[in-house]
Design a protein around this ligand. Structure first.
Ligand code: H2U
Length: 342
């Protein structure tokens, strides 16, 4: 017997998350992700993306999101000098779609989906993105988001604010903008996050993401950047290699509750009418990258058919992101010629 124990301890190396695959639990989705960091060692023979476009004109009269341009529906945009919002001319959700009725076979169910889709331009220039905008300009965007949550949240169950950024992620237009889709139903992801956070509060007596932010702030292993009010971490359960989660340090249900100071750096939000003390405002960032700005992560065979999987640990990703520093890559590039005119 004693020989066997000895053999065991000789043969089995101690667990190292960077070397040994393991599963991690995502408490917001009640699902597991397979972490196999040793796969980063494999040589890359796959697709290499083109670097993102650098020569975007500041103003293009043919771009329907620019000030003064004509949009697809024939309307002319005002000569806006800050944010600008309009109803999406190709909305996925409309307020008045007819009800398909509810008398359906269990295998062929459908129900009414109603809502509204808006597009919000962040800035009059096409060659700028949120990280390159001035804090006062970003603050206007955040205030507008908070107003939208109040306005649309009064009529709709869920208001989703999102930015599809870059051609790699299907963004149809380089002009800095986000979309806002408000729906009369709770979409799948918020439904999961809602149930998981409600259950967590019941079981553990504290909102999940409030406890999580505190523990990550203490551990300082997955924190990418933090300030007095906010924390950005690569979540313990991240699926995308460089996925990050933005969390307030205090308990905040919704975007409109943020103080002026907090709004100087804040994300999107949620709006539900019932008791939501289990909920915590948070924003997800899902860069589609695997190893660098030009090698992307494809969610394919195993991820589609079996389980989400990642190739480096969240701790390694956080370390890489921390090392990048705060200077925007475009500012670095143009340092020689005076940096971005902004
Ligand atoms: P994306 O780049 O994330 O696709 O967003 C641009 C949105 O702008 C897109 O949803 C809308 C598209 O429908 N749009 C208009 O509503 N009118 C236009 O004239 C051009 C684009």
């Amino acid at each position: 017997m004693s020989v066997n124990i000895k053999m065991d301890s000789i043969c089995k190396p101690t667990f190292d998350p960077k070397e040994h695959q393991h599963l991690r639990y995502n408490p917001l989705r009640d699902s597991w992700v397979l972490v196999s960091a040793h796969r980063m060692k494999r040589p890359w023979k796959g697709q290499v993306e083109k670097p993102s476009e650098d020569n975007i004109p500041r103003h293009d009269p043919n771009n329907p999101l620019c000030p003064g341009s004509v949009r697809a529906n024939g309307e002319v945009n005002p000569e806006y000098d800050s944010t600008f919002m309009f109803e999406n001319d190709f909305p996925a959700l409309q307020p008045d779609a007819p009800d398909p009725g509810s008398d359906h076979h269990p295998l062929f169910q459908s129900k009414a989906a109603r809502g509204i889709c808006k597009v919000m331009c962040f800035h009059p220039w096409s060659d700028i993105t949120l990280p390159l905008m001035q804090p006062a300009e970003i603050r206007k965007v955040i205030d507008k988001w908070a107003d939208l949550i109040v306005e649309l949240g009064a009529a709709y169950t869920w208001v989703q604010i999102f930015e599809n950024k870059g051609a790699m992620m299907g963004c149809s237009n380089p002009h800095p903008h986000c979309q806002v889709w408000a729906s009369n139903f709770l979409p799948n992801e918020p439904t999961l996050a809602e149930r998981c956070q409600r259950d967590f509060l019941q079981k553990h007596g504290e909102p999940m993401l409030v406890q999580y932010a505190r523990m990550e702030a203490q551990a300082q292993v997955r924190v990418v950047v933090e300030n007095e009010h906010w924390l950005v971490v690569v979540p313990y359960w991240a699926t995308w290699p460089f996925q990050t989660l933005l969390l307030p340090r205090r308990h905040v249900l919704r975007l409109p509750e943020l103080t002026a100071q907090e709004r100087d750096r804040a994300p999107t939000g949620s709006y539900l009418k019932e008791d939501m003390s289990h909920w915590q405002l948070h924003a997800h960032y899902y860069p589609p990258l695997l190893r660098s700005a030009t090698i992307r992560k494809f969610m394919v065979g195993y991820e589609m058919l079996a389980n989400e999987q990642r190739d480096l640990t969240p701790e390694q990703a956080a370390e890489q992101l921390r090392k990048l520093g705060e200077e925007h890559y475009k500012v670095k590039k143009t340092e020689g010629d005076g940096g971005m005119e902004n």
